[in-house]
Unconditional design. Structure first.
Lengths: 336, 328
C-alpha cells in the first residue's frame, strides 16, 4: 500500500454540486438548478496550501461544504489517500473525518454560545474517544489552547468573553484536536480587523510547519491568499478558470478574469496611482442558475469572440507552464 | 467647508460610560477626498453619525465639541435646519445598502420623495430626474429599473442606487461609510471609480470612512487615522504611506501581506484594541506600542506637528517618522 503513489493527499475529479431551485408549496417542482460547483478538479499534496480565490457566488464555499461531506456532491469523485471519500461509510467514514477538518469564517456563529471553550475544543474527543482517552482530555484541551496562543486557564470561559480574533483561535484549536491532515479554511480571516488578521495568518503558518498540515485556503482577499499559498486556483461561476503556483498566478496570469481580479485589488501605495495597468470589468457576475453558454466569463470579457459563446474552453496549458480556461490565454503582467 | 472640532461622544450603557470619541477634529474642503482610516471601534462611523445628527440618543450623547458647515454650528441647530443641511449640504451613504434602502418602496420612489419634498417637483419631473440619476451612476436600463424594489437589485447595483439617492439634492459633501466593504473586488473598483468621477465633476467634498489601506492609498488626498476615539495621525496620502508618523499607523502598514512578505511571519500588533469603557491612561495605544516609555503611560501625547498639515499624537513622533517608512 505504502508503495503506491500517495504523494497526492487529495485528488478531486469533476466535482459537481447543483442545488435545485423549486417553485410551489403543495406541488413543489424543480424549475432549475444553481450550478454552484460545476466540474472542478484539483489535487492537494501533504503539507501544502492550495488557495482558492473568487468573488461571491463563484462556488468556493460550496466546494468547502462538499469536500467536508456536509453536502453530498451531485457527481464527481474525490480520492483521499487513494480512497474514494464520498462513498466511505461507518467506521471508515469516522476515521476519515478525523483527517479533514474545517475552520469557518464567522467566529461569532460557529461557536456554541452555551458551551465553555473547554467543551468546544474537547467535543471532537467525545466522537473520537480513541484520540484522547477520557482521563487525558482536559490536559489535551489545555495543550491545544496553548498551541493556538490562548491562555489554557481560560477553558471554563464562554465564547462571548473572547474577542473575534481569539474566537477564531478557538475554532482553529477545535479543528486541530483530532490531528487532521487537511484543514479547509473558509474565509478564516475576513471577519477580522487588519491588526488581528496578521496574528491569525501567522498562527496558521506556524501550525502548518509544526504539524505538517495541508490547507485548502478559501478567501476573497487576494493578498491574504498570496501570502499563505503554494498554489492558487481561481474560480468563476462554479469553475476553476486558472490554476498554478502562487508565482504563476500572480506574476504570469493568463486568464482575463484572473488579470481583472488582480488589477482590481487596490495597492497600498499612493505613488503607483494612475501608473498601473488597470482592467475594469463592467456589470455583475451572471446568475449561476443560468450561466452563459460556452465560456462563462465571456459576458464580461474584453477578448470575447464568437467561439467563446459556442465552445467551452478547457482548463489546459496553452501558454506558459500552467493551465488556464481561455481560448485566447496570454500573459499579462498586472500586479506591480 | 465641513469642520469637526474637539468632538466628544460618550455612550451611556448599563456597564458604564464608553468614551467613544475623545476630541476628534477634522475638516474637508470642496473637491477634496479625506479618508478616515480605523479599525472597528475606533470611532470613525460615530463621528460621521454625529455630523449627520443621526446618533441614537440614548445611549449616545455629544458632550463637547462642534460641527460646522460653512461656519454654521449644526450641533445646536434646530431639527428643521439640520434636516435641510442633511438633505442638501451633507449627504451620506452606508456600507449595507440593503438595510439603508426601504424594502417596501421602489428605488425610484425613494429618490423622488426628496425631490418632491425639497425641490417641489411634480411626480413626472421627479421621475425624470430619478432616471437621470440612475443613468449617472450607470444603472443599465434605468427607465425600467426605477420601478423596481431594492431586493431586485444586485449588491453593486444597490450601492449605485444609494449613491444616486445621496446625489439627488446636489450635496456639497458626501460622507461614504465603508461604501465598498460588502462588495466583491471587481465591483468595488467600479464603485470607487464612479465616486471619484462624480466627485471630480461636482467638486464635491468626499469623506471616505474605511478600514482598507489599499482603498485609501488609491483615492485619498488627506488621511486621518483614528484609534480608540482619537485621531492619532493626519497627513497627506503620499507622506503618510512613505513615512507614517505614528507607531499605530506604521504597525498597521507592516501587518499587511506584501510582495516580499511571502514565507515570512507578518508583523503583528500585539494585544487587542482597548475597551472604550476603560481606555488606558496616557496614550491609548501604549499597551500595544513597541516604543512605549514611561511618559506614554502618564501623559496624553499632544499633536506633534510634522510639517505642513501633518500631525501625529505620539510623544516620539519625530523618531517614528524619521525611522523610515514601509512602502506598499
Amino acid at each position: 500500500m505504502e508503495g503506491a503513489s500517495v504523494a497526492e493527499l487529495l485528488e478531486v475529479r469533476d466535482l459537481v454540486k447543483h442545488f435545485p431551485v423549486t417553485r410551489g408549496v403543495a406541488f413543489r417542482r424543480t424549475v432549475g438548478h444553481v450550478r454552484a460547483v460545476d466540474g472542478v478538479s484539483f489535487s492537494l499534496r501533504a503539507g501544502e496550501t492550495l488557495g482558492v480565490v473568487g468573488e461571491s457566488g463563484c462556488g468556493k464555499s460550496t466546494l468547502a461544504q462538499v469536500l467536508m461531506r456536509l453536502e453530498p456532491p451531485t457527481s464527481g469523485t474525490a480520492l483521499f489517500e487513494g480512497e474514494p471519500m464520498f462513498s466511505l461509510r461507518g467506521a471508515a467514514l469516522r476515521r476519515w473525518r478525523r483527517d479533514m477538518q474545517i475552520v469557518l469564517q464567522d467566529p461569532y456563529t460557529s461557536l456554541n454560545p452555551r458551551m465553555t471553550v473547554g467543551d468546544i475544543v474537547g467535543e471532537p474527543f467525545e466522537i473520537h474517544p480513541e484520540v484522547a482517552p477520557r482521563g487525558s482530555r482536559a490536559g489535551r484541551v489545555r495543550e491545544l489552547l496553548d498551541v493556538v496562543g490562548l491562555n489554557p486557564e481560560h477553558l471554563n470561559r464562554y465564547p462571548h468573553q473572547f474577542s473575534g480574533g481569539q474566537r477564531q483561535r478557538i475554532g482553529i484549536a477545535r479543528a486541530l484536536a483530532l490531528r487532521p491532515k487537511v484543514i479547509v479554511c473558509d474565509e478564516p480571516v475576513s471577519a477580522l480587523d487588519v491588526s488581528i488578521q496578521a496574528q491569525v495568518m501567522n498562527l496558521l503558518a506556524e501550525l502548518q510547519g509544526e504539524f505538517g498540515l495541508a490547507y485548502i485556503f478559501i478567501a476573497h482577499d487576494l493578498s491574504v491568499v498570496r501570502h499563505l499559498s503554494d498554489r492558487v486556483a481561481v474560480m468563476y461561476l462554479g469553475k476553476i478558470v486558472e490554476i498554478g503556483t502562487e508565482e504563476e498566478i500572480y506574476r504570469h496570469p493568463t486568464h482575463p478574469y484572473t488579470q481583472a481580479l488582480l488589477s482590481a485589488v487596490p495597492v497600498a501605495d499612493p505613488a503607483l496611482r494612475g501608473r498601473r495597468d488597470v482592467i475594469r470589468l463592467t456589470g455583475d457576475v451572471p446568475s449561476p442558475v443560468d450561466p452563459p453558454s460556452g465560456c462563462r466569463f465571456r459576458t464580461r470579457c474584453w477578448k470575447a469572440r464568437d467561439v467563446c459563446a459556442t465552445d467551452e474552453p478547457a482548463l489546459v496549458t496553452r501558454v506558459g507552464n500552467h493551465p488556464s480556461a481561455c481560448h485566447f490565454a496570454e500573459e499579462r503582467h498586472v500586479v506591480p | 467647508m465641513l469642520e469637526v472640532e474637539d468632538l466628544h461622544v460618550e455612550f451611556r450603557t448599563r456597564d458604564g460610560v464608553a468614551r467613544v470619541l475623545n476630541g476628534v477634529s477634522y475638516h474637508v474642503s470642496a473637491g477634496e477626498t479625506l479618508a478616515v482610516l480605523g479599525e472597528s471601534g475606533s470611532g470613525k462611523s460615530v463621528t460621521a453619525q454625529a455630523i449627520m445628527g443621526i446618533l441614537d440618543t440614548p445611549p449616545a450623547h455629544v458632550t463637547r465639541g462642534s460641527v460646522r458647515f460653512h461656519g454654521e454650528e449644526l450641533l445646536t441647530a434646530s431639527p428643521e435646519r439640520r434636516r435641510a443641511v442633511r438633505a442638501e449640504g451633507v449627504a451620506m451613504i452606508f456600507q449595507d445598502a440593503l438595510s439603508a434602502l426601504n424594502p417596501v418602496f421602489t428605488v425610484g420612489f425613494q429618490i423622488e420623495e426628496q425631490l418632491r419634498l425639497r425641490r417641489g417637483m411634480s411626480r413626472a419631473q421627479a421621475r425624470a430626474r430619478a432616471v437621470e440619476l440612475l443613468d449617472l451612476v450607470r444603472i443599465p436600463a434605468a427607465r425600467q429599473r426605477v420601478r423596481e424594489y431594492p431586493h431586485q437589485f444586485s449588491g453593486g447595483m444597490r450601492q449605485r442606487a444609494m449613491i444616486a439617492m445621496a446625489l439627488a439634492l446636489d450635496p456639497e459633501v458626501l460622507i461614504a461609510d465603508e461604501p465598498t466593504t460588502a462588495l466583491d473586488v471587481t465591483v468595488q473598483a467600479q464603485i470607487m471609480d464612479l465616486l471619484a468621477e462624480i466627485q471630480r465633476e461636482r467638486r464635491m467634498g468626499l469623506v471616505l470612512i474605511t478600514h482598507d489601506l489599499g482603498v485609501v492609498a488609491e483615492v485619498a488626498d488627506r488621511i486621518v487615522v483614528m484609534y480608540a476615539g482619537r485621531i492619532v495621525e493626519q497627513a497627506d496620502a503620499v507622506s503618510l504611506f512613505r513615512a507614517p508618523g505614528h507607531p499605530y499607523t506604521a504597525a498597521l502598514m507592516r501587518s499587511l501581506p506584501r510582495l516580499d512578505s511571502k514565507g515570512t511571519a507578518l508583523e503583528t500588533i500585539r494585544g487587542l484594541p482597548p475597551s472604550l469603557l476603560r481606555i488606558p491612561p496616557g496614550c491609548p495605544f501604549h499597551p500595544r506600542c513597541p516604543r512605549a516609555q514611561g511618559v506614554c503611560v502618564t501623559h496624553v501625547p499632544p499633536d506633534v506637528r510634522l510639517g505642513l498639515g501633518r500631525t501625529s499624537a505620539c510623544h516620539f513622533a519625530e523618531g517614528v517618522v524619521g525611522g523610515g517608512g514601509v512602502g506598499g
